[in-house]
Design a protein around this ligand. Structure first.
Ligand SMILES: Cc1cc2nc3c(=O)[nH]c(=O)nc-3n(C[C@H](O)[C@H](O)[C@H](O)COP(=O)(O)O)c2cc1C
Length: 208
């Protein structure tokens, strides 16, 4: 059932605009995919992301008016996964490094040094700067999720075309803590996706 062909999963990925609305993905499988996606790297391993999965008719109706020109995608996809930047991810520090010790990834003394370093560096950073920093991390987890979805036989479309400012409230999460990064539809393509051109690396790369 899994497709581990790198070429298929990565190099033949295309954004899909129309999905087969009959295809449902179980919540268990969505959580499996998210657990694979969160093996992505993040600064200090703080994992500053939060997911809200919209997979019910009620949820789809709720977001419909806030997704601009992307409603055909969110209406037909099995689910739309919203990825938010967690601006208070520094709160994860202690539990993540305790887990690192418990699971044998590092000794207690090292974990203590790292946690105090992280608190000194991260705690004073203002929310808007954290939003900028954590956007790199959420971009990485989003890319990994798209690849994992291909492994599971699904297609995706990453999108920022939605009401960023209102979405935390629409989805009932704390707008002070979570800032919108992107949304991603997931499902089975109902038609062949378009291919798209790329600027050759030779044109945008300098060697020194
Ligand atoms: C940050 C970001 C925002 C995007 N926003 C939208 C969007 O709002 N609507 C849409 O249809 N596609 C959106 N896309 C998809 C791009 O148009 C698409 O990735 C690009 O044209 C390349 O096509 P491909 O994904 O098929 O390779 C977005 C992609 C990214 C990475």
């Amino acid at each position: 059932m899994f497709n581990n062909d790198f070429h298929h999963n990565v190099l033949e990925r295309h954004s899909v605009k129309k999905y087969d609305p009959q295809v449902k993905i179980s919540r268990e499988e969505i959580l499996d995919m998210l657990n694979e996606a969160v093996t992505a790297p993040s600064a200090f391993n703080l994992q500053p992301w939060k997911f809200v999965v919209v997979d019910t008719d009620e949820g789809k109706a709720k977001i419909h008016d806030y997704v601009q020109l992307n409603a055909q995608k969110t209406d037909t996809a099995s689910a739309t996964i919203f990825i938010f930047n967690d601006l208070e991810a520094a709160q994860h520090t202690d539990s993540i490094y305790e887990q690192a010790v418990t699971e044998g990834h590092m000794p207690q003394e090292v974990a203590q040094q790292v946690t105090s370093y992280i608190h000194n560096v991260i705690d004073p950073i203002p929310a808007e700067r954290m939003a900028y920093i954590s956007r790199v991390d959420t971009g990485l987890v989003a890319m990994q999720l798209m690849t994992v979805a291909r492994e599971h036989g699904y297609d995706t479309n990453p999108m920022t075309g939605f009401d960023w400012a209102k979405m935390p409230e629409v989805l009932g999460i704390d707008p002070q803590r979570y800032s919108s990064a992107l949304m991603m539809t997931i499902g089975k393509a109902a038609e062949e996706p378009h291919t798209s051109p790329r600027i050759p690396a030779e044109n945008i790369t300098d060697f020194r």
